[in-house]
Design a binder for this molecule. Structure first.
Ligand code: GLN
Ligand code: ZN
Length: 775
């Protein structure tokens, strides 16, 4: 049986690529050095696959920045503003980064240079960045303009193919990977042109066919063409585009393996099965409930590559079970059944062996990219009737141990989850009523001003946290340092004249990690990095077991902060959905259950904060929208449990305790009713860059509760003027009753410096004062 993978993590086990890129960008190392590191990584990754017994090696899964950007440069889709000079790797970097480096809020507000932000005024702003389907990976959106002309431009693909052939000595073992023409066009955006995207398909296919031709001349037999949009709900014209595209590519002298992943094919099944290509890769995990139909409908004389090892998660595969699932496919396809992970391994960390500090029991339940290669091989041998019984037995043992493990399963948590039905999810009193009590109690002016939570994380703060973690700073000293910091930001807020204060989150490195570290059921790796975009990586925590809260997590900080001021101090928590969304989640129970366990832990925290005298509590749900399933038909169910987890977190408080939530980097049109059901007393959102356009969804819906539309773009070092902010708030006030408007920045300020933050917030407070005179 042929074994292969769709792609390997490119960043390197020790993030070598990240460091090489950043050194190069800073001018600290040469282009030559960057090439050497990159080449070494490619060779290492191919060698790892060879050693693991993979039959086909992917090429062009490597990228200096992003695989979609690879396609853009290969196809000559270079935005006009970068076309003046001949193409070089630096041009690609400029397409991705503009000329200036961007922020580092990797989680959420991904810190990219958005063309609508201040960068738009610069001649060479970076391309927009979007999430790759429902992953946390971001790609550079291809830009099509009036003069876009598809033409092979970047020849790196062919050079890397040569490099791989030199390594293996055999071209037929090399499988170049391309983003498919239809997916590429679908993800591209028109820029100052009205040419319908699909009109460009024939010209685009012309170049794809030249590329395939050239690969064939290099001796290549198989090319993997990724068309993940086949798992989306497609309109007729896009379905037709698939037929046209692959009809036209039948002429080319290579075999095409069409790859889909992340979901079922839904009603694109028939279309996909009839496309004139040599084979299909199908995600047997996320597409599990259509796997039978795929096996039944895919033509028996073609190749079917099945992904039954999870490319999106870090759990060991149950190989015995997987082998059983593959049997019908083996019977039908024989040698034409291929085996691979479900999708590219880009989305998992590189090597579990590096994790020397992980609990050995937990470690025994995990598999990272390298370990997944071994799983593929074991599985292929098992299905081929050459099973390595001993290895399979060890795997079975791990799977059984996990199912019974008390590390994973906590009877107390499960007992509590079983009582969920008895907890009311509604607040005791409806917003329209309870707001009266809140208004009477807080006595805030019109247009109350506040911030989203974090304040600039200075060098000193980061250093203190690091030293504490490494045991170089005692707990007493650490607490004193953080309290001093909190005290200082309170003084600053007093000077600035804000109405509702925050403690500034100096004790938090990351809004998910901070809570995960204090919850049972969460584990952290040392090297479990996953690329988020360019050189940026995240290290998602692992939710391995039933989640509970051994003790209060934020109360002492908030209590201290409140003791330092008469102003209202907002408590600050990360919501359950966001905790889930930015972690690797266990796969042995529904996400809904895991989410509810986190929500219960947060519910206790909320009640503890309230008991400690904190009267406003903000629960951030930055990732609520990101969690939306790829298929529209699954949205309602997701939104139901996501919203309910928020209500479970918050419903226990008194009427006069005010619940805030914050969501950034979000569009609300299609989820506004769900957001309204969350019933937060106040929601703060990111609106400044859209000139309040994002507010329309709230206005059209008649959103009933209070809103703080962001009036200042925290991604930019620019200091907004009073007038700019007055204008924005006035815009909001045209459509939203002023009694329900708050004034705040778009998001937290941790990536900013004080030199911008203090004047910007002062202007914001002045803007609120101007407005109070007008209303
Ligand atoms: N409270 C968090 C902060 O201010 C919110 C961050 C976010 O929404 N991403 O940093
Ligand atoms: Zn935010």
């Amino acid at each position: 049986m042929t074994t292969h993978i769709l792609g390997y993590p490119r960043i390197g086990a020790k993030r070598e690529l990240k460091f090489a890129l950043e050194a190069y960008w800073k001018g600290e190392s040469s282009e030559q050095r960057l090439y050497e590191v990159a080449q070494h990584l490619r060779q290492t990754h191919w060698q790892t696959q060879l050693d693991a017994g993979m039959d086909l090696l992917p090429v062009n899964d490597f990228a200096y920045y992003d695989q979609v950007l690879n396609m853009s440069t290969l196809l000559g889709v270079i935005p006009k503003r970068f076309r003046q000079t001949p193409y070089t790797l630096d041009v690609a970097f400029r397409m991705a980064r503009g000329r200036a480096p961007s922020d580092d809020m990797v989680n959420c507000c991904a810190g990219h240079a958005d063309p609508s932000s201040e960068q738009a005024s610069k001649a060479d702003y970076a391309g927009a960045m979007k999430k790759w389907f429902d992953t946390n990976y971001h790609y550079i959106v291809p830009e099509l303009d009036e003069d876009t002309e598809f033409k092979i431009t970047d020849t790196r693909l062919f050079e890397e193919v040569t490099e791989a052939i030199q390594l293996t000595g055999k071209a037929k073992n090399i499988k170049p990977v391309l983003v498919g023409p239809v997916t590429y066009l679908y993800l591209a955006e028109n820029k100052g042109t009205a040419i319908p995207k699909l009109n460009r398909l024939p010209a685009l296919l012309e170049v794809y066919s030249q590329i395939l031709q050239r690969l064939a001349e290099q001796g290549i037999e198989w090319v993997q063409i990724d068309e993940p949009i086949l798992v989306l709900d497609l309109s007729d014209d896009w379905q037709t585009a698939f037929k046209d595209a692959y009809e036209s590519l039948t002429e080319t002298p290579v075999n095409i393996l069409l790859a889909t992943y992340f979901e079922t094919l839904g009603n694109n099944l028939d279309l996909t099965c009839h496309l004139p290509v040599a084979g299909l890769h199908y995600d047997g995990l996320r597409g599990a409930h259509q796997l039978k139909d795929v096996i039944a409908n895919y033509p028996a004389d073609k190749v079917l590559s099945l992904g039954v090892v999870d490319g999106r998660n870090i759990w060991k595969t149950d190989l015995t079970d997987a082998a059983r699932q593959l049997e019908p496919a083996k019977t039908k396809f024989g040698d034409r059944l291929w085996l691979a992970p479900s999708c590219s391994l880009l989305h998992v960390p590189v090597n579990l062996e590096a994790e020397v500090n992980l609990n050995p029991e937990l470690k025994n339940y995990l598999a990272f990219a390298k370990q997944k290669l071994a799983e593929i091989k074991l599985l292929a041998d098992a299905v081929d009737g050459k099973a390595n019984e001993e290895a399979l037995q060890i795997n079975r043992q791990a799977i059984e141990e996990k199912a019974a493990s008390t590390l994973i399963h906590d009877a107390k948590v499960q007992a509590r989850i079983a009582t969920l039905d008895s907890i009311a999810l509604d607040r005791a009193t409806a917003y329209a009523e309870r707001t009266k009590g809140q208004k009477a109690k807080f006595q805030l002016p019109l247009f109350p001003t506040t911030t989203i939570g974090s304040f600039p994380q200075t060098q000193a703060i980061r250093q203190a946290r690091r030293q504490f973690k490494q045991g170089e700073l005692s707990e007493t000293h650490y607490i004193a340092a953080m309290q001093a910091e909190i005290h200082e930001v309170i003084e600053r807020q007093e000077r600035i004249g804000l109405d509702v204060f925050v403690h500034g989150e100096p004790e938090r490195n990351d809004m998910v990690e901070y809570f995960g570290e204090q919850l049972d059921g969460y584990a952290f790796t040392q090297f479990g990095w996953v690329q988020s975009y360019g050189s940026r990586c995240v290290k998602p925590p692992i939710i391995y077991g039933d989640v509970s809260r051994p003790k209060a997590m934020t109360v002492s900080w908030s209590q201290y902060a409140q003791s330092q001021t008469d102003k209202i101090m907002k408590g600050m928590l990360t919501g359950a959905v966001t905790m889930l969304q930015w972690s690797f989640v266990r796969n042995d129970q529904p996400r809904e259950t895991t989410c509810n366990q986190i929500a219960l832990a947060l519910r206790d925290e909320v009640l503890d904060l309230e008991a400690a005298g904190i009267e406003m509590i903000q629960i951030d749900e930055a990732a609520l929208r990101e969690g939306l399933p790829l298929k529209q038909s699954d949205w309602a169910d997701y939104l139901r449990w996501a919203v309910n987890s928020f209500r479970l977190t918050t419903s226990g408080v008194k009427d006069t305790t005010q619940i805030h939530t914050h969501m950034c980097y979000s569009e609300f049109n299609d989820i506004i009713d769900a957001v309204a059901k969350m019933d937060a007393d106040v929601i703060t959102i990111e609106t400044s860059k859209s000139q309040m356009k994002l507010l329309d969804a709230f206005v059209d819906f008649d959103y009933p509760n209070e809103i703080g539309p962001g009036v200042y773009d925290i991604h930019s070092p620019n200091i907004p003027t009073v007038e700019q902010m007055v204008n924005l708030i006035q815009k909001a006030a045209e459509n939203i009753p002023v009694e329900r408007l708050w004034v705040n920045p778009d998001c937290g300020l941790k990536t900013r410096g004080w030199s911008e933050t203090e004047p910007a917030l002062t202007h914001m407070v002045d803007a609120a004062k101007v407005l109070r005179k007008q209303f």
